[in-house]
Design a protein around this ligand. Structure first.
Ligand SMILES: [Zn+2]
Length: 223
C-alpha cells in the first residue's frame, strides 16, 4: 500500500540535520566525539569503534562502547565499525576489534553498520564464521554488480550515497536490501540522493521512499 507521507531515510550521516520534518536520520558518532544524543523523535544514532580511530581500538573503549549502547535508547545500531586496508591503522588490530564488535552486535541485538575498504573477502569469511542473526549493512557501497551480488547472496544490506553503480543499486532494491545515505558530505541532502537514485533507475520517488521506509521500520527501531 502506498503511503503518501513516507519519510526519507538517511541510513548514515555524521551531521545532525537541521530540518527533519520529512526524514528519519541515523547519525553516526564515535567515542572520540563525546557527543550528546538528541531526544528528537526523528533522529537516531549509531555508535562504534571506527578503524580510522586507532586510539579507540582498546579494551577500555570497547567496555565504554558497550555501556553506552546499553543505556542509550536512541542508539539503534552499532557502527560504524569495520575493516580498511588502505588506512594506516594496524590491520590485525582493526580485525580484532571488528570481531569484538560483531560479537557485541549479536549480544545486544543491534544491527551492524560497516565501513569496508578493500576487505570484502575478509568480511565474507567473518560472515561465514559468525553466522550473524543481526543484519549487517555495508555503508557507502560503490562496488560493481558482481561484488554486490556476492554480498546480497549472504543477506548483507548495502547503503548507497551520491556515487554508485546503478546496476548494484538495482540488485539491492530487488532484494529489498538497499538504503541511501549522505555520510560525511555536509552539503549533500538526503533528498538529493533520492532524486539522483530515482533518475538513474527511472523510479518514482514515492515508491522508493515507501520501500526504504518500510525496510527501515523492519530492520531498525525506526518509527
Ligand atoms: Zn561514515
Amino acid at each position: 500500500m502506498m503511503d503518501t507521507s513516507a519519510p526519507y531515510i538517511n541510513l548514515h550521516t555524521h551531521h545532525t540535520p537541521q530540518a527533519t520534518e520529512d526524514c528519519r536520520v541515523i547519525v553516526s558518532h564515535s567515542l572520540l566525539e563525546h557527543s550528546s544524543f538528541s531526544e528528537h523523535p526523528h533522529i537516531y544514532y549509531s555508535l562504534g569503534l571506527h578503524p580510522w580511530d586507532k586510539e579507540t581500538l582498546t579494551e577500555a573503549s570497547l567496555t565504554e562502547l558497550e555501556q553506552i549502547l546499553q543505556t542509550t535508547p536512541r542508539i539503534i545500531a552499532l557502527g560504524e565499525a569495520g575493516l580498511d586496508r588502505v588506512c594506516t591503522t594496524d590491520y590485525s588490530l582493526q580485525l580484532r576489534f571488528f570481531e569484538r564488535q560483531i560479537e557485541l552486535s549479536e549480544t545486544l541485538r543491534l544491527p551492524l553498520i560497516i565501513h569496508l575498504v578493500k576487505a570484502q573477502d575478509e568480511l565474507l569469511r567473518l560472515h561465514k564464521l559468525y553466522h550473524p542473526t543481526c543484519p549487517w549493512v555495508i555503508h557507502g557501497f560503490r562496488g560493481k554488480a558482481p561484488v554486490a551480488t556476492q554480498l546480497l547472496e549472504k543477506g548483507i544490506y548495502l547503503s548507497f550515497g551520491r556515487h554508485f553503480h546503478p546496476e548494484s543499486l538495482t540488485l539491492a532494491l530487488e532484494q529489498k536490501r538497499a538504503f541511501l545515505e549522505t555520510d560525511d558530505l555536509p552539503n549533500l541532502s538526503i533528498q538529493e540522493v533520492y532524486t539522483h537514485a530515482c533518475q538513474a533507475l527511472s523510479l518514482e520517488e514515492l515508491t522508493l521512499r515507501t520501500e526504504l521506509y518500510q525496510q527501515a521500520q523492519q530492520l531498525f527501531k525506526v518509527s
